[in-house]
Ligand binder design. Structure first.
Ligand SMILES: Cc1cc2nc3c(=O)[nH]c(=O)nc-3n(C[C@H](O)[C@H](O)[C@H](O)COP(=O)(O)O)c2cc1C
Length: 213
């Protein structure tokens, strides 16, 4: 990702760590709505991968992946590619790659740097070096639900995350990329590292990569 960080990212500030300056904000490409892909074919090919490549994703693919996941598809209302209970838009998508952890800002279609450094290893013991190119972490912030008991909010959060996950899986199968939804992860370490509060619930993580040669 370093090349596009250097060439295409808008730097609204910078962080110096280990000698590497990372963009605080990465402006993603507009979604390519003409992209090749066929829903029935994507459904027929969807499968959870076991092996992942570690080649960095291009900005084009990263942009479309995040937009497909939970981007804004109706500018006039700010609504998303994934539905959410009472339109709470409670699902946050974090992206872990070799350089840092980013939070997807759907309204601006940007990635905001949260932490620098390769933190892919903290997600799951299932991953070994070389790590999958990116790992998406889907977090439901149940404080966004303005009504309902806690149990109901957790149910809604889980359902909303599943819609985002399915968007990711179908995008990946339609463009020939690998993905796997995973509920098992080192939640305590993730919560501590990202400083999540008790309404922000990590529900699923999804490694994504190109097909391994
Ligand atoms: C809610 C959910 C949680 C899952 N958690 C994990 C997981 O923690 N680790 C893993 O390797 N696979 C996980 N999977 C993937 C399933 O094992 C996989 O979907 C299942 O074996 C069926 O295979 P398929 O997706 O290729 O059809 C999960 C799937 C779902 C839907």
């Amino acid at each position: 990702m370093r090349t596009f960080l250097k060439t295409l990212a808008i730097i609204s500030g910078s962080l110096l760590l280990s000698g590497i300056t990372l963009a605080q904000t990465i402006v993603l490409n507009k979604p390519n709505l003409e992209r090749e892909g066929n829903l029935m074919k994507a459904l027929s090919q969807r499968a959870s991968a076991r092996e992942f490549d570690s080649t960095p994703l291009s900005l084009r693919d990263l942009s479309d992946l995040l937009w497909a996941a939970n981007g804004v598809n109706r500018a006039e209302s700010g609504k998303r590619t994934a539905p959410s209970a009472i339109n709470a838009q409670d699902v946050d998508v974090y992206l872990f790659d070799s350089e840092g952890v980013y939070l997807y800002n759907a309204q601006k279609h940007t990635l905001i740097l949260v932490l620098s450094g390769d933190l892919r290893k903290i997600i799951s013991n299932q991953d070994k070096d070389p790590y999958p190119s990116v790992i998406l972490l889907l977090v439901s912030d149940i404080s966004k639900f303005t009504r309902g008991e806690d149990t109901l909010k957790r149910e809604w959060g889980a359902m909303d995350v599943a819609f985002v996950a399915q968007n990711v899986l179908l995008f990946c199968s339609s463009v020939g990329m690998e993905a796997r939804p995973r509920a098992f992860m080192n939640k305590e370490q993730i919560i501590e590292t990202l400083k999540l509060n008790n309404t922000q619930l990590p529900m699923l993580n999804i490694p994504v990569s190109y097909k391994k040669n």
